[in-house]
Write a protein that binds this ligand. Structure first.
Ligand code: ADP
Ligand code: MG
Length: 353
């Protein structure tokens, strides 16, 4: 069975006009890391608090390791009996306890020998052996985060819930800790949900990304699929940069400035839009080309171009820095057809190969 399963879970706070969480259904496999990605206020923290048992769902059911912990019929297992570990944005370490004692905090049920051995294991796992006797204020940000994770993992929870755990770290350390935390979760075969509003973070740490918008999980899939084939236009707009290019439907093909594409379901609307990501477009100088470079910015690793298409759309394109095209240059635009997604009014529609 799933390590965590939410079935049609909804939650509206008293007095709120709209539910914070709407009919969320998600099943997470044992050992899997899922990122809950969405803008501020979309309901991520509320979803975690429902799983942890700090909030009750109005309707729907939550199961952890196959056991129902909350449902609309009055079942409610309190947080301390759910086998859930939590890591918060501010780490919430106990300032008056040493690193070792922070980690030992949830191990009161073990004998002192067992407790010492478990703490030693976690100190080794998180590389904190050398600072076991320090206090939180004597640690770097990265070390504090490791303590928070070690403390949450110590009682061997069924699942670990992390709420924006990297947001207090500076950019360089954040990148390093993402990789470190992923490696640690994989090494310990921990099932985890990572809440973040940062798409890069979601994609680098998680096996699957659940995109949450206005209380709903709009899509849950691998980072690659979420990025290249967003399920809805709203997901496409939130995740990553890209350009929507209009296409006119004629029979079973969609014609656009990016070329002609076959439609899986020709009985659709007359106008569709094609989504193309900046790295999936290549530009070639060509006096017969239909597009014109309007701007070029160097971002350090590559050039970002805006390219005027005949349809009026400005196409965003990233090119390696050896492709240097001045504004005003006429170009031919080629796109990676296998990475093109098409949309009707809202949802993704299929293109043929
Ligand atoms: P996120 O973590 O994605 O930023 P939250 O889950 O914290 O979003 O909040 C979702 C919505 O629920 C927001 O509109 C927020 O204002 C509201 N909300 C969160 N907690 C409470 C609460 N305890 N009481 C009332 N409204 C709340
Ligand atoms: Mg939050």
């Amino acid at each position: 069975h799933a390590a965590i399963e939410l079935t049609q879970v909804s939650k509206r706070f008293p007095g709120a006009a709209e539910p914070a969480v709407r009919e969320v259904s998600v099943a997470i496999a044992p050992g899997e890391i899922v990122a809950l990605l969405g803008p501020s206020g979309c309901g991520k923290t509320t979803t975690l608090r429902l799983i942890a048992g700090f909030e009750r769902p109005d309707t729907g059911a939550i199961a952890i390791a196959g056991r129902c912990v909350a449902d609309g019929n009055g079942t409610f297992v309190p947080p301390e009996r759910r086998g859930v570990g939590m890591v918060f944005q501010d780490y919430a370490l106990f300032p008056h306890l040493s690193v070792a004692d922070n980690i030992a905090f949830g191990l009161g049920h073990l004998s002192s020998a067992e407790r010492r051995s478990r703490v030693d294991d976690l100190l080794a796992l998180t590389g904190l052996e050398g600072v076991a006797h320090r206090y939180p204020h004597q640690l770097s940000g990265g070390q504090q985060q490791r303590v928070a994770i070690a403390r949450a993992l110590a009682p061997r929870p069924h699942v670990l819930l992390l709420d924006e755990p990297f947001s207090n770290l500076d950019t360089e350390l954040r990148t390093q800790m993402r990789a470190e935390v992923r490696a640690l979760l994989k090494a310990t075969e921990t099932t985890a949900i990572l809440v973040t509003h940062d798409q890069q973070e979601a994609m680098t740490v998680a096996d699957r990304v659940a995109v949450m918008l206005q209380g709903r999980v709009e899509q849950i899939d691998t980072p690659d699929v979420v990025y290249h084939f967003p399920a809805t236009r709203a997901v496409a707009r939130f995740v990553g940069q890209g350009t929507f290019v209009p296409a006119r439907v004629a029979g079973d093909v969609a014609e656009s400035d990016l070329g002609r594409f076959g439609l899986e379901n020709p009985a659709g609307p007359q106008l569709v839009e094609l989504l193309i990501r900046p790295r999936d477009v290549s530009l070639e100088e060509d006096s017969e080309g239909i597009a014109v470079i309007t701007s070029r910015t160097f971002n350090g690793a590559e050039y970002t171009y805006l390219v005027q298409l005949p349809c009026g759309v400005q196409l965003l394109s990233n090119q390696p820095s050896h492709v240097d095209l001045a504004p005003g240059t006429r170009v031919r635009v080629r796109c990676n057809r296998s990475r093109l997604a098409a949309y009707d009014a809202d949802a993704r529609i299929g293109l043929t190969a």
